[in-house]
Design a protein around this ligand. Structure first.
Ligand code: AMP
Ligand code: MG
Length: 345
C-alpha cells in the first residue's frame, strides 16, 4: 500500500504500477467515484484475475478506463456523434458509456458481450497510471463481491489484501458512488445506473435520455439490461428497511420498532441525516450529513454500511433521502441494499 496525493504524483511509483499492469498483475487505485481494481483491459488473463480476486461472476462485465480521448477509437467499433458530445462535456469525469466493442477487446473483459463500457476518470493518479499501463485499464470497484464499493484505501485492503500486487492510497473518494452508466447502443440513450452525473445533465447534451425502468424498483422477474444488474447487489449483514414519510412519522416509526427490537435483544441501527443521535433510540445511529445534502450522503453511504457490518448491527432502518441530483443514485444503491424494502409511514 502506497500513499500518493493527486497533487504530488510520484513518477517512480506510477512506473512500477504500470509495469505490474503490463505484466498482467493487479493494482488498486483511487478514482473520483470509488477505488478501482485495475488490470490490463486488453489482456484476457488480467480480466480473469480481476474476477478471481473479487470473487465476481465472470459474465459481469468490466469498465475499461482510458486517460485520453484518442484511446477510444481502438476499443470501439465506431464512435457515434452522441458519444463525442458526451465526452466533450463530461470526460474526464464519472460517466461510463456503453458502445459496440472492437475486436481488440477480449470477451473476458466484457463478460462475453459485444458491447464495452468505457470511462475516463478525472483523478490524476488514475490517469497517469492508465497511461503507464499502456492506455487501457479494466477496473471494477475494488471490493470483494458482496461488499460495498470501497471509498477509501483501508477498505480495499480489508477486502483484497494479498490478492493484488499494489494498492495506491489517494485518500477518501470525493464522490463515493460508482459512475453513471449510459447505454449508447440501443435506440435511445438509456441510463443503466444513476450516478453523480444526472439524467437531466445528460439531457442538456442529448435532448432525450431514457432511464432503465428497473432502477428504482424490484427488478426480479425482468430481464436485466446490464448483466451486472442481475446479481443481487451488496446487502448488509443486518436486515435493512427504508422508511419514507414526514420526519416526525419516520422518527416515531423507527423509534417504536427499535424499542420492540431491544426487548428481543436485537442490536439496532439507524441511517439518517442531520443530528441523529438525539432523535433516534437505536443502539447505533449514523448520519450521512446535513439533511438535503445529497452529495454528502453519496460520500458517506458506503462507509456507513461497512461500519454497520463491522459492528454486527442486526436490524437497520434508513430514512428515505430526497431523489434530487445525486440523491437518485444514493436511493438506487440504498434500495438495492435493502432488497427494495420500503415502509411508507
Ligand atoms: P463496477 O465496475 O463494479 O462498477 O461494475 C460495472 C458495471 O458496469 C457492471 O456491473 C455492469 O452493470 C455495467 N457494464 C459494464 N459493461 C457493460 C456492458 N457492456 N453493457 C452493459 N452494462 C455494462
Ligand atoms: Mg462494483
Amino acid at each position: 500500500m502506497i500513499r500518493m496525493e493527486e497533487a504530488h504524483i510520484d513518477g517512480t511509483v506510477i512506473r512500477e504500477a504500470g509495469r505490474i499492469l503490463r505484466e498482467g498483475g493487479l493494482v488498486a487505485f483511487p478514482t473520483e467515484t470509488v477505488y478501482g481494481l485495475g488490470g490490463d483491459a486488453l489482456n484476457p488473463q488480467s480480466s480473469r484475475k480481476i474476477y478471481a480476486a473479487k470473487g465476481r461472476p465472470s459474465d459481469n462485465p468490466l469498465i475499461i478506463h482510458i486517460a485520453d480521448l484518442d484511446a477510444l477509437g481502438l476499443i470501439v467499433r465506431e464512435i457515434p456523434e452522441c458519444a463525442v458530445r458526451l465526452a466533450e462535456r463530461f470526460w474526464p469525469g464519472p460517466l461510463t458509456m456503453i458502445l459496440h466493442k472492437s475486436e481488440r477487446v477480449p470477451y473476458e473483459t466484457t463478460g462475453g458481450l459485444d458491447t464495452v463500457a468505457v470511462r475516463m476518470p478525472v483523478n490524476r493518479t488514475a490517469r497517469e497510471l492508465i497511461r503507464a499501463a499502456g492506455g487501457y485499464v479494466a477496473a471494477p470497484s475494488a471490493n470483494r463481491s458482496g461488499r460495498p464499493s470501497p471509498t477509501a484505501a483501508r477498505y480495499v485492503a480489508e477486502d483484497l489484501a494479498g490478492r493484488v500486487e499494489m494498492i495506491i492510497d489517494g485518500g477518501d473518494a470525493p464522490i463515493g458512488l460508482e459512475s453513471t452508466i449510459v447505454d449508447l447502443t440501443s435506440d435511445r440513450p438509456t441510463v443503466l445506473r444513476p450516478g453523480y452525473i444526472t439524467r437531466q445533465q445528460l439531457e442538456e447534451v442529448l435532448s432525450q435520455v431514457e432511464e432503465d425502468s428497473t432502477l428504482m424498483r424490484d427488478d426480479s422477474g425482468q430481464a436485466p439490461k446490464a448483466p451486472g444488474m442481475k446479481y443481487r447487489h451488496y446487502a448488509p449483514k443486518g436486515d435493512l428497511t427504508i422508511v419514507r414519510g414526514t420526519q416526525e412519522a419516520v422518527t416515531a416509526y423507527i423509534n417504536a420498532r427499535c424499542q420492540e427490537l431491544k426487548e428481543k435483544n436485537k442490536k439496532t441501527g439507524v441511517i439518517g441525516s442531520g443530528a441523529v443521535s438525539g432523535k433516534y433510540h437505536a443502539d447505533v445511529c449514523k448520519s450521512v450529513g446535513e439533511r438535503g445534502d445529497e452529495e454528502a450522503a453519496a460520500r458517506e453511504l458506503y462507509r456507513i454500511l461497512r461500519e454497520f457490518d463491522d459492528e454486527c448491527v442486526e436490524v437497520i432502518y434508513a430514512e428515505a433521502f430526497a431523489e434530487s441530483g445525486v440523491g437518485r443514485a444514493v436511493m438506487n444503491r440504498l434500495l438495492k441494499a435493502a432488497g427494495y424494502r420500503v415502509e411508507e409511514v
